[in-house]
Ligand binder design. Structure first.
Ligand code: ADP
Length: 480
């Protein structure tokens, strides 16, 4: 199959979150299965800089307010085949892809990402060079208009698949933009692009795509209900038969404790005792001075409501009382940083915080801490618990979304267990799980059993890529 992936991010060219990791890793995994993948991206400055030998394959005199050229080149040392939209009026902006320096959304995001979908349609319909895909795979709201434009065009078209990485971001635009976005007036209905009185980009994608996926089976179920459906539960439930949940893989070459440039010396499942050296170095650096035989729990996270940091702060005292040590590496909301710092200051020597997005530290925490705590309220897939499994850093995770699909609780399935699960959004449950962790940690054989089973898991992308191929086949069948 020839697959056109349409996305606003792709690691290593541009990344703000897990979406980029998926787009960047799924493509090579599909190619290993014998398929051909091209990725269409906005031509942000960092994307254009990293494209080797890019050539112009198409141009537009006018694309939402200015001229544009479509480039084709290779990214990630030649591993990725990329189409980029070189449209300076839309994408030549330094910094974050979606928000201005003061943190608000760019006013014209609707037009910027409609341009992405327009170019996707032209490529998909074979109007550019001799390219023509079998399947168009749209990722998140930024690519959401793609399946809609394909249907509205009315001509024979590739199959379309819409993937939801996080339903919290939906791309809602004002209704009066309908004509300028090139959307037909008749499409402004609940059976179309209309969504709560505006134009819903993700809604349009979910409505018009042949197949829909999200990033874990549990999240696929959760988003069909009122609690986590974020207003789209009715539509998603009505398309339940076309909605699949596929757990993300992990880039196991980047996340490999035996060959990690940030973790020296490296270790594997046969040399788990090396972790004690990393733990000692970590405790010294963080100023943790309590009983060294306590389990050290790390948290590696964006600081947002989704990630449950307020719940952690409420529970911190009781968790420390139960006998764990805590370290938080967090980036984001300054108010949350300040409150976390206060919480840590109230427990000197037993809880530490560092702030900022720090890749080196995240690797070192996974190699040195005993467990990784993931207290999310909701979590479409979650990567950090997979990283924990790979590093023998036992996941202690909220019972939600992809966390529930990837962590097996020790009390529920003692022989297959890889970690601990607890009720999401509940400070009391966090204190209870801390006590359970302390109990199991005291029994070396049981603890090492958790580590060994986690490290033995196959977390790579091949399995997920095979599932996506099945979805593409269903989409081709559905299109008829
Ligand atoms: P999300 O994409 O919602 O932030 P995921 O768990 O899917 O959550 O992915 C988060 C990724 O970002 C993981 O690779 C995690 O290790 C990394 N990460 C999150 N916060 C930080 C941080 N403060 N410093 C370094 N890495 C971080």
């Amino acid at each position: 199959m020839r697959i056109l992936a349409v996305a606003s991010e792709c690691f290593p060219l541009v990344k703000t979150g897990g979406l980029a990791d998926v787009v960047g890793a799924l493509s090579p995994a599909l190619e290993e299965l014998g398929h051909e993948v091209q990725i269409l991206l906005p031509g942000y400055p960092q994307v254009l800089e990293q494209l080797a030998q890019a050539g112009v394959i198409d141009d537009y005199a006018e694309l939402y307010g200015g001229p544009a050229r479509i480039l084709r080149g290779r990214g990630a040392n030649g591993a990725l085949d990329v189409f980029a939209i070189d449209a300076p009026h839309l994408f030549a902006r330094a910094g974050h892809p979606y928000v201005t320096a003061d943190g608000s959304e760019w006013w014209d995001n609707g037009f910027r990402f409609a341009a992405l979908a327009v170019v996707a349609r032209e490529l998909a319909l074979g109007r550019v060079a001799d390219y023509r895909p079998d399947v168009v795979h749209a990722h998140d709201w930024q690519a959401g208009l793609t399946p809609a434009y394909l249907v509205f065009d009315g001509r024979p078209r590739p199959a379309s698949v819409m993937t939801i990485h996080n339903l919290a971001f939906q791309g809602q635009m004002p209704p009066e933009w309908l004509p300028s976005l090139g959307l037909p007036a008749w499409s402004f209905t609940p059976d179309g692009v209309e969504y709560y009185g505006g134009i819903g980009f993700l809604k349009a994608g979910v409505y018009y795509a042949d197949q829909i996926t999200t990033v874990s089976p549990t999240y696929a179920r959760e988003i069909q209900g009122a609690l986590w459906g974020m207003g789209m539960e009715g539509l998603l439930a009505s398309r339940a038969g076309d909605l699949a949940g596929i757990v993300n893989g992990l880039d196991t070459s980047t996340w490999n404790p035996a060959a990690d440039p940030f973790v020296e010396p490296g270790y594997d499942v046969r040399s788990l005792t090396v972790r004690a050296r990393h733990k000692a170095a970590l405790r010294e650096r963080l100023g943790l001075v309590g009983d060294a035989t306590r389990p050290l729990l790390c948290v590696i996270t964006r600081l947002t409501w989704q990630k449950g940091m307020d719940v952690l702060m409420d529970a911190a005292g009781a968790m420390l009382e139960a006998g764990v040590e805590l370290v938080v590496l967090g980036a984001g909301d300054p108010g949350m940083e300040a409150r976390l710092a206060e919480t840590a200051a109230a427990h000197p020597g037993r809880m530490a915080c560092t702030f900022g997005y720090d890749e080196r530290q995240s690797h070192q925490l996974l190699a040195g801490a005993d467990a990784v705590l993931v207290p999310s309220r909701f979590e479409p897939c979650g990567l950090v618990q997979l990283q924990g499994l790979r590093y023998g850093c036992v996941p202690v995770a909220a019972r939600t979304g992809g966390l529930l699909d990837t962590v097996i609780d020790i009390d529920e399935h003692p022989d297959d267990a890889t970690g601990f699960l607890f009720q999401a959004g509940d400070a009391g449950a966090l204190a209870d799980v801390a006590a359970r962790v302390v109990g199991v940690f005291g029994d070396l054989a049981r603890w090492q059993g958790l580590q060994r089973r986690g490290m033995a898991q196959d977390l790579g992308w091949k399995r997920a890529a095979m599932r996506y191929v099945e979805v593409y086949e269903r989409a081709l069948g559905a299109r008829g």
